[in-house]
Design a protein around this ligand. Structure first.
Ligand code: JD8
Length: 348
């Protein structure tokens, strides 16, 4: 698969040189081409934004640099024998990016991602390319980002791991929570590894029992409890035909109307902000519900005060004239932190 990304911050995509996606690129499964949108401007300031027609806060990305950039990129692919790409434009007003869409996009030979900033891209860009390509405006979730770059990282990780040869057989894609399979429409339960006791926390005995039937049943119970606690929306959408007698008995033993989700269709606020009791939830850090702060409210229609508002019609973000960076597949090692702590580099 070929992926082109157009952004005023191509440095944002350094993580694509690392881990699963970095390896897929080394193996030639994935070809990622980064492009600096400002390379398709012709003024000395490399201007990509202008004031919004109709007034209002912030700035809008001008159509001309996008047109020049996308025309060149599409032509370059056609020259290398590729067909027309699909154009993906992240925006909070787009259609939801789901596992189903990730699967669909993973089957495409060529994707182009257009990363907006400021108040977004002049809508005529999407209208123009929709006459030639399949264009999807897509949202990764109900919260407000400052631009499309992080959304594209999310989508490429979800798509990239579905490409043939990217995951080992041990990580088979087929048992994903949202993939078609046994735990269809349920989130996964807790997982454990050695040692059998850590800081006084025991691994549930059933997992050490070697009784495969009991283990499968216990795991399904845990998945149902967690789905009930954290994702009542998924539970409500469950096909009752996929529930056995034991499932139904378990679910009816759980308290009704658990905590609020991040759903935007909530008409009225919950009667109490108190976290639900979850009397049967497993103890320990596996319970993501406890202590979690309230999710930020989605307010995409309101002007975003968090956004850096430019005082003048100049770029709000510094016009880094940096050329597109070479793929930093391996950075310099982190310096050791004082106090003998290991560096705060997450393992992959
Ligand atoms: C692209 C500009 C910020 C958008 C004013 C400040 C996706 N799930 C998602 N949340 N936010 C985005 C997203 C936000 C973006 C851009 C994606 C380009 N912004 C603007 C309009 C309202 N804010 C996203 N996918």
């Amino acid at each position: 698969m070929r992926i082109d990304i157009v952004s005023i911050f191509p440095e944002y995509f350094a993580p694509l040189g690392v881990s699963l996606i970095g390896k897929a690129r080394e193996r030639g499964i994935l070809d990622v081409c980064l492009h600096q949108l400002r390379d398709w401007t012709d003024d000395v300031h490399r201007t990509v934004d202008d004031t919004p027609y109709g007034g209002g806060p912030g700035m809008v990305m001008k159509p001309e640099p996008w047109g020049e950039a996308l025309d060149d990129i599409i032509t370059s692919g056609a020259a290398t024998g590729q067909d027309q790409p699909r154009l993906i434009v992240p925006t909070p007003s787009g259609r939801p990016f789901t596992q189903q869409l990730a699967v669909e996009l993973a089957a495409e030979p060529w994707l182009v991602f257009a990363c907006g900033r400021y108040e977004g891209i002049d809508s005529r860009v999407m209208a123009e390319y929709a006459t030639r390509l399949r264009v999807d405006e897509v949202s990764i979730g109900d919260y407000v980002l400052a631009g499309g770059e992080v959304a594209v990282l999310v989508m490429i990780e979800a798509i990239g791991r579905l490409l043939p040869g990217v995951l080992g057989n041990a990580d088979s894609v087929t048992d994903d929570s949202f993939a078609p399979g046994a735990m269809h429409n349920l989130v996964e339960g807790p997982v454990y590894t050695k040692p059998p006791e850590w800081r006084g926390h025991r691994v549930p005995d059933v997992l050490l029992s070697g009784h495969h039937g009991k283990i499968a049943r216990w795991r399904r119970d845990q998945a149902l409890r967690r789905t009930h606690a954290n994702r009542p929306d998924l539970l409500a959408a469950l096909d009752p035909a996929t529930l056995d007698k034991h499932d139904r008995a378990l679910l009816s033993s759980l308290p009704p109307a658990p905590q609020e989700t991040a759903s935007t269709e909530t008409a009225e606020p919950p009667p109490s902000a108190t976290p639900h009791p979850a009397p049967l939830a497993p103890a320990g850090p596996a319970s993501a519900a406890s202590g979690a702060p309230e999710p930020a409210e989605l307010a995409p229609a309101a002007p975003d005060p968090a956004e850096l508002a430019p005082a003048a019609p100049e770029p709000a973000e510094p016009a880094s004239a940096a050329p597109e960076p070479a793929d930093p597949a391996s950075g310099a090692p982190e310096p050791a932190a004082p106090g003998g702590r290991p560096p705060a580099t997450p393992a992959t």
